[in-house]
Design a protein around this ligand. Structure first.
Ligand code: PRP
Ligand code: URA
Length: 210
């Protein structure tokens, strides 16, 4: 596996992933689980945020503490399904700004189609964390990263729930430096390019559409 892929296998996350995969999990519970897993993943994605020393006073004495410094965060969900991961991340990083990229996968061609992009104006100075529950053929994430780079983003990481080796490789062909955080690399894709075993259509399950 590429050293740019971070597979997060914490027991709490793996337990919640099984609930996400279960077709009997309701939209309400699915949304809640996506949010919880995203919060846990945010802990890993932000592991390398820079710190600085600051002087403070406890009730007992003066001391030096660590404080997050300099690098601000932008969370950029790929709509629609990526939006389900934003709230959980904001619980951990409440000062983050949120951008949106609209890409859907054409059902016939399986090719990504771009339809929206609105980003914080200082995107080039932020750590940009792109969220999407599914990395299947990789087309959507690949094109989202290209859109971000064209608009000046330089420090980008991707956070997906379920991925495939094929999709990861497709993204890395164009963006070899991209760090990808995922909680599962699944077996592969079916004839409709859905992830197997996967968790179905993440957007539909999150928002109750079909
Ligand atoms: C899903 C998913 C990803 C994409 C993954 O979105 O949320 O964005 O498919 O597939 P890929 O890796 O093969 O490109 P979808 O097109 O279903 O749109 P939605 O989020 O609006 O439902
Ligand atoms: N999009 C989804 O929502 N699920 C898949 O398995 C593949 C693409």
């Amino acid at each position: 596996m590429s050293d740019k892929v971070n597979l997060i296998v914490h027991p709490l996350i793996q337990h919640k992933l099984t609930l996400l995969r279960d077709k009997n999990t309701s939209s309400k519970d699915f949304r809640q689980l996506v949010s919880e897993v995203s919060m846990l993943m945010a802990y890993e994605v932000t592991r390398t945020l820079p710190l600085e020393d600051i002087q403070i006073e406890t009730p007992i004495c003066k001391t030096t503490g660590k404080s997050l410094s300099g690098l601000d965060v932008a969370i950029v969900p790929i709509m629609r399904a990526g939006m389900g991961m934003v709230e959980g991340m904001l619980n951990l990083i409440p000062t983050a700004k949120v951008g949106h990229i609209g890409i859907y996968r054409d059902e016939e061609t399986i090719q990504p189609v771009e339809y929206y992009c609105k980003l914080p104006s200082d995107i080039s100075e932020r750590l940009v964390i792109v969220t999407d529950p599914m990395l299947a053929t990789g087309g959507s994430l690949r094109d989202a990263i290209t859109m971000l780079k064209k608009r000046g983003a330089v420090n980008i990481k991707a956070m997906v729930l379920v991925s495939t080796e094929y999709g990861i490789n497709e993204v890395h062909k164009v963006h070899p430096e991209l760090e990808i955080f995922t909680i599962s690399i699944d077996e592969g894709l079916n004839e409709k390019s859905y992830i197997v075993p996967g968790l179905g259509d993440a957007g539909d399950r999150l928002f109750g559409t079909k």
